[in-house]
Design a protein around this ligand. Structure first.
Ligand SMILES: [Zn+2]
Ligand SMILES: [Zn+2]
Length: 354
C-alpha cells in the first residue's frame, strides 16, 4: 500500500502547486485530466480511460486503453464481452502508483461494489480524488472506502438531501426474514440490481444465518458466478427459471428490479414483492411501483456519509458530479468548504443500481 499522506512540497516543485481546476476539467465526455490526457469514467468511447467501477453509467464500452482494478476489468469483460471492454486493459493493485505523463494515478477502495475504487491524482504537489460512487457502510462483498486527504474531493450526491438517511442494512434483512415467517408459503421476490446489490443482499442473508437455496433470475447468474470466482462466497444459488413451482414457495427469489414488475414475475404464485434500494426511503415511490416490502439498502453514501466523508478527506474544496447537488453545496458552504457543481451528464441513469 502506498503512503497516502499528502506529499510535502519539495524544493524542486513550484512554490505554489497548481490548483486542480487548472489540470482537471469537466468535458462533455467526462472529467479530463489534461496533463495525463485521460478521462475518468468517460460517457463515450475515448483513447484513454480510468474506470472507477463496473456500473454501466461509469464503465462504457469501446475505449482504446482502460486502467482499472482487476475486479472492475473482470466485471467489464463479463458485462460487455472481451472485445468491447477496452482494447488494452491495465490493472492497478490498490495503492499502486501508475505514472501517466507526469501524473501519479492510484486506485483506492471506494466501498461501493466489488472492485470499486476512487481515483487519486497527484500532479506537481496538488492532489484531487475522484470518488466515483461510494458508501461508508460495511459491505461483506467489497473492500471498505479509504479516506485520502486531498485538495479537491470529487463526489456524487445521489442521496444528497437530509431526508436520505439509510437505516442499518442488517435491520432491513431482518425485516425480510421476519416477513418469511409471517408468509411461509409465499415466495419473496426481491428486486435487486445485478451488480453489487444482489450479491450484497445474498451475503447479508448468509451472515444472518439464512442458508437455504436462493433462486436467481437468469440475468443475475453471471455476475454472481464472477463474485464467487473473485472470492466472495454466496452459498447455494439456483436458477429460478428451471426450479419447480413448489420449490419457490416460501423461498427467496432475486431478480433485477425491471423483471419484478414484468411478466417474468407471473411465474410466481402470489409473491411478496420486495425491492432493495436507497430510493425505497421514499414511500410513495415504493407504493407506486407495487412494492409490498420496501428494503432501504443502498450502495451509495447517504446524507450523513457524504458529510462525514467531506470531513474525513479534509479537502478545502468539493466538486459535485451529479445528484441532488443544491442542498449539498449549501451545506458545504456552512461547513466552510468551497463547493462546485460540475453537473456532469450521463451518470445515475441506471436508477436501478442505487
Ligand atoms: Zn455505481
Ligand atoms: Zn453512478
Amino acid at each position: 500500500m502506498a503512503d497516502l499522506a499528502k506529499p510535502a512540497i519539495r524544493p524542486h516543485l513550484p512554490a505554489m502547486p497548481p490548483h486542480p481546476e487548472t489540470w482537471l476539467h469537466p468535458r462533455p465526455e467526462g472529467l479530463h485530466c489534461v496533463p495525463g490526457d485521460f478521462f475518468i469514467d468517460p460517457t463515450r468511447a475515448v483513447d484513454r480511460a480510468v474506470i472507477t467501477h463496473g456500473h454501466a453509467d461509469h464503465a462504457r464500452p469501446g475505449h482504446r486503453h482502460v486502467l482499472a482494478s482487476a475486479e472492475t476489468l473482470a466485471i467489464m469483460r463479463v458485462r460487455m464481452g472481451e472485445a468491447r471492454a477496452g482494447a488494452a486493459q491495465q490493472a492497478a493493485a490498490p495503492g499502486e502508483i501508475v505514472r501517466v505523463n507526469g501524473v501519479g494515478v492510484s486506485l483506492i477502495p471506494a466501498g461501493h461494489v466489488l472492485g470499486s475504487c476512487q481515483v487519486v491524482l497527484d500532479y506537481e504537489g496538488s492532489r484531487a480524488v475522484v470518488s466515483g460512487d461510494y458508501k461508508r457502510r460495511r459491505d461483506p462483498t467489497c473492500a471498505p472506502f479509504v479516506p485520502v486527504s486531498c485538495d479537491v474531493f470529487v463526489t456524487e450526491a445521489t442521496f444528497g438531501l437530509p431526508v436520505f438517511r439509510h437505516p442499518d442494512a442488517a435491520a432491513e434483512i431482518a425485516k425480510l426474514l421476519h416477513s418469511m415467517t409471517i408468509f411461509p408459503t409465499r415466495a419473496h421476490l426481491v428486486g435487486a440490481y445485478g451488480l453489487g446489490k444482489a450479491q450484497r443482499l445474498i451475503a447479508l442473508l448468509r451472515e444472518a444465518g439464512y442458508d437455504s437455496p436462493i433462486y436467481l433470475h437468469g440475468a443475475l447468474q453471471k455476475l454472481c458466478d464472477l463474485y464467487e470466482t473473485l472470492g466472495v462466497p454466496l452459498g447455494d444459488l439456483r436458477p429460478a427459471t428451471v426450479a419447480d413451482k413448489d420449490a419457490l414457495k416460501g423461498a427467496i427469489v432475486l431478480a433485477p428490479p425491471s423483471a419484478v414488475a414484468d411478466r417474468w414475475a407471473r411465474r410466481l404464485d402470489d409473491p411478496v414483492v420486495a425491492v432493495a434500494s436507497g430510493w425505497m426511503r421514499v414511500r410513495q415511490r415504493a407504493r407506486a411501483s407495487g412494492v409490498e416490502l420496501p428494503l432501504v439498502i443502498s450502495d451509495h453514501a447517504d446524507w450523513d456519509e457524504l458529510l462525514a466523508t467531506v470531513e474525513d478527506v479534509a479537502a478545502p474544496e468539493i466538486w459535485v458530479t451529479h445528484g441532488a447537488e443544491a442542498a449539498l453545496l449549501r451545506q458545504l458552504s456552512l461547513m466552510g468548504r468551497r463547493g462546485r457543481a460540475l453537473s456532469l451528464i450521463g451518470y445515475g441513469d441506471e436508477a436501478e443500481q442505487e
